[in-house]
Design a protein. Structure first.
Length: 131
């Protein structure tokens, strides 16, 4: 990243939005704003609904085709699920998480983190699972 690149995590009612851009960072009024139009040089990560009871949709906006890894961690930092690893097209992409761990067990209520890795950059989104 060059000196013009900024990374900021913006809090929202429905979770957290990680935004990476080489342009000036503009505050977003809603997390949906990050997905309303194609963003040429921004990466966005959010999930909805949040909190959720059985499943949530993890939304990723990419500026170009990239190889990504999406993993779920519990509040103690333990990886509970590898959700996706592979090539993703530019633009808006959605991944469903059913609230289950790697071996198919239903995970308990609590705070979880979605981690999006793109090359050496890591983005995260806080999620709350309720039963």
């Amino acid at each position: 990243m060059d000196a013009r690149t900024h990374i900021r995590t913006l809090p929202f009612e429905l979770g957290f939005l990680a935004l990476l851009t080489s342009r000036r960072i503009k505050p977003l009024s809603r997390w949906e704003d990050a997905f309303s139009a194609p963003q040429i040089d921004a990466v966005a990560l959010a999930n909805a609904p949040n909190p959720f009871s059985s499943s949530t949709k993890i939304m990723v906006n990419l500026p170009g085709k990239r190889i990504v890894t999406i993993s779920i961690f519990d509040v103690s930092g333990r990886k509970v699920r590898d959700l996706f690893s592979g090539e993703v097209e530019a633009g808006r992409n959605a991944f469903d998480w059913d609230g289950r761990g790697s071996s198919g067990e239903t995970l308990p209520s609590g705070v979880y983190f979605c981690a999006l890795r793109i090359d050496s950059a890591l983005f995260s989104s806080k999620m709350l699972k309720l039963r």
